[in-house]
Design a protein around this ligand. Structure first.
Ligand code: GDP
Length: 526
């Protein structure tokens, strides 16, 4: 360990022609540079590859109360058909209507609604929350899918409950998720335009789930809305703004950018693109960022109205191009340096090294995982052998025929193996964007019971291709395309090879389809 004063180090590095900007107290020195410096001091460098370079987020601020409030990130959840999509459409429409004339929304995975577009500006507090960021994928598959990858994006869940239907199974599931994850909750009682709806019944059913509404002295804010007619949207966004202020959601707009990948896709003419939700700092065109095992020098940023923007502060959903490879939904975005506008090319070497480091790390983990699996298999096999020997000894002791017992055991094992193989519906899943892939996989993986189930063998973004057909043929799998097309030639190829291929754009229909197929694997009841 060499302990050197910064001034001495700077002087040495200048002499070595390394430039002073390489050497700040808050910079990392690359192992090559550090080695040179160590040699300058007449010592032998030993590079510890185990601790090789990666990019780390800034530590949390000691005092966050001085930071500006940031927009809350809201996910709309609830039972099927209770109106999540309709509500999202209305809110998205509001955000477009309040923007420039002719603005069209791009589905980029999230959009922001400025409070001023719905709420009287006088009732907005100075320095308060200015806008709400809505995640554009309804349903809890999206929420749990991101969370499973460690991305805690959502601050507040809007639980949509149709006034004419009340609390249903998925409503209860959402409440469980909210309780477990500790996110904020606003109940939107939807379809209020329908004549004769009984609010008391809805409230009673919510009460039975320990959800007591603020209006009745409880602690959960609620709003009556009609997603279809656009009623109550102003109160909804205002309520979300108030809850965000209560939860004191703050983030620094300065410093290195951080965020999450919401979804990614390959776009004609734009190449690899990904929607990022910035959670801290500000991203600029030209900034260098890393996500998972890929990186990007930001070439272009488009906002949710498809408008090019130069910088993206916290709470902004922004579509970014310039990725070397496609990042994945749920990947964390980090930035090695904050060099501001126009100086963003700094940091390319760092991200390249970090990417190489991460790939190496991933490979090592995969290898270790393989070794663990092999060891576990060996352990089970050893146990089986010991049991088998004991059984054979017992048969011998009783004067029985050991080789007949072995033969019958082999037959039984073969039968069991064949049955096990039959009971899995193997799937290849394709979807339009990686966020949707996550959501679809999340929704399908749980289908089945201990006898039959789903096994996702491959996932990808984009239209169904002939490589899917080849893979399905080799592994006896079914191809599922969600919100993507299967070209006519591919359909013909699939049917000529008897490969099941389904395209669907409604998630619950897809779930039903897969459920039916999985149920078909159950042995007949005799
Ligand atoms: P999701 O499955 O929760 O996304 O539900 P959808 O948004 O697809 O809505 C399901 C059905 O309810 C559709 O036929 C909608 O037109 C209808 N719907 C949604 N919101 C409202 C509403 O506020 N009022 C009425 N009357 N119908 C609604």
């Amino acid at each position: 360990m060499v302990d050197v004063r910064l001034g001495v180090l700077q002087a040495r590095m200048r002499r070595m022609g390394m430039g002073e900007e390489e050497c700040h107290s808050d910079n990392y020195l690359m192992s090559e540079d550090a080695s040179l410096v160590v040699m300058e001091f007449g010592m032998n460098p030993i590079v510890d590859e185990e601790r090789s370079f990666d990019i780390y987020p800034d530590p949390p601020e000691a005092d966050s109360s001085a930071l500006p409030l940031r927009p809350p990130v809201v996910t709309i959840m609830g039972h099927v058909d209770h109106g999540k999509t309709t509500l999202l459409d209305s809110l998205r429409h509001t955000s477009v209507a309040s923007g420039e004339a002719g603005g069209i929304t791009q589905h980029i995975g999230a959009f922001s609604v400025p409070l001023a577009s719905l709420v009287n500006s006088e009732s907005l507090s100075e320095g308060g929350v200015k806008s709400i960021t809505f995640l554009d994928t309804p349903g809890h598959a999206a929420f749990t899918g991101m969370r499973a990858r460690g991305a805690s994006v959502t601050d507040i869940v809007v639980l949509v409950v149709a006034a004419d239907d009340g609390v249903m199974p998925q409503t209860k599931e959402v409440l469980e998720l909210v309780k477990k994850s500790g996110v904020g909750l606003v109940v939107a009682i939807n379809k209020c335009d329908k004549p004769g709806v009984d609010f008391e019944r809805v409230k009673g059913a919510l009460g039975a789930e320990q959800i007591h509404l603020e209006k009745d002295g409880g602690d959960v804010p609620s709003v009556k809305v009609s997603g279809l007619k656009g009623q109550g949207l102003d109160t909804l966004v205002e309520t979300l703004g108030v809850l965000a202020e209560v939860r004191d959601l703050r983030a620094s707009v300065e410093g290195r950018g951080e965020g999450w990948v919401l979804e990614s896709r390959v776009e004609r003419g734009r190449g690899n693109s990904a929607t990022i939700l910035v959670t801290r700092g500000t991203l600029h065109v030209g900034s260098v960022i890393i996500a998972g095992t890929t990186w990007c020098k930001i070439r272009q940023m488009l906002d949710d109205k498809n408008k090019p923007i130069k910088s993206a502060p916290p709470g902004t959903p922004v579509n970014i191009t310039g990725w070397k490879d496609l990042p994945l939904a749920g990947d964390k975005i980090l930035q090695p340096y904050d060099y501001g506008v126009g100086k963003g090319n700094k940091g390319e070497d760092e991200v390249k090294r970090a990417v190489a480091n991460r790939i190496r790390d991933k490979e090592r983990k995969a290898l270790m995982n393989d070794v663990e699996v092999i060891n576990e298999k060996r352990r089970i096999e050893r146990e089986r052998q010991v049991e088998e020997e004991a059984r054979h000894e017992a048969i011998k002791a009783e004067g029985g025929d050991v080789s007949a017992a072995i033969r019958s055991e082999e037959r039984r094992l073969k039968r069991e193996e064949e049955e096990r193989g039959k009971k899995e519906l193997r799937l290849i899943v394709r979807a339009d964007v990686s966020g949707t892939v996550e959501a679809v996989v999340g929704a399908l993986e749980g289908i089945g019971n201990n006898e039959v189930g789903v096994k996702i063998i491959h996932t990808d973004v984009g239209d169904v291709s002939d490589s899917d057909i080849a893979m399905a043929e080799a592994s006896d799998a079914t191809i599922i395309g969600f919100s993507v097309k299967a070209p006519r030639s591919i359909e013909t190829l699939a049917s000529s090879k008897n490969i099941p291929l389904h395209t669907e754009s409604v998630i619950y229909r897809l779930i039903e389809l897969v459920r039916t197929k999985v149920a078909g694997l159950l042995p007949p009841i005799v």
